[in-house]
Design a protein around this ligand. Sequence first.
Ligand SMILES: [Mg+2]
Length: 242
Amino acid sequence: MSVSSSVAVVPVLEKPAARRRSYAPAEVAPRLPRPRALLCDLDGTLIDSMPTLAEIASEVMESTYGTPRASARELYLGTCGVPFAAQLDEIFPGDPRNAGASARFEAAKPARCGAIQMPAGTQRALERLRASGVRIVVSSNNGVENVAAFTRNARFSFDLALGFGGGLAKGRPHFDLVARQFDLAPDEMLFVGDSLHDGEIAHQAGVPFAAVATTFSPERFKLRFPHAPVLRRFAALPELFQ
Ligand SMILES: [Mg+2]
């Protein structure tokens, strides 16, 4: 797997020695300036859809490639953050069955994930941030139709909702669009996501990143992105900001 190999160096933003002398509990995340736009990944970040997605993926991988369910689940979660077709190309490079498997996965998603709503605490956090002037954007590699369905059914009105398709994708294409739309520099945004891939694409684009440790452990994020705040739940996000 190549999810953690694309960026070699994480810039040192503060002196590690100074942090080691601190007796503050490890759970206390570093404070950040309040962003002007918050870009939120969808699956695993705004909604708790990863268990269902992993179940669909493991069913498809078992029936298509004979992969045992438990291994399939691990492979799915380990490569998440990109469209399923790209995950399959990473797990089964060049396999002619990938396109069909991806189509079956995408076809099963709306019925099984479409009704998942944001937890009340997540919605309250978004309302609180918007009340303080932050633009709230969905930035997901889920398909544009699924993202549109999510925002239609959400009890919160997003400033912008971006999915995968039509030349758009999570990462630089979404960051550039948000920058143009709201006249922002990369460091005036914050991307919040649950995958290591989310951290990588933010880092590559110079966009600050905060992790929600719902899919990967806090330790995985801390090892890969030592200076990114790690939250255990999205609802704690407003507490990050000065
Ligand atoms: Mg996600």
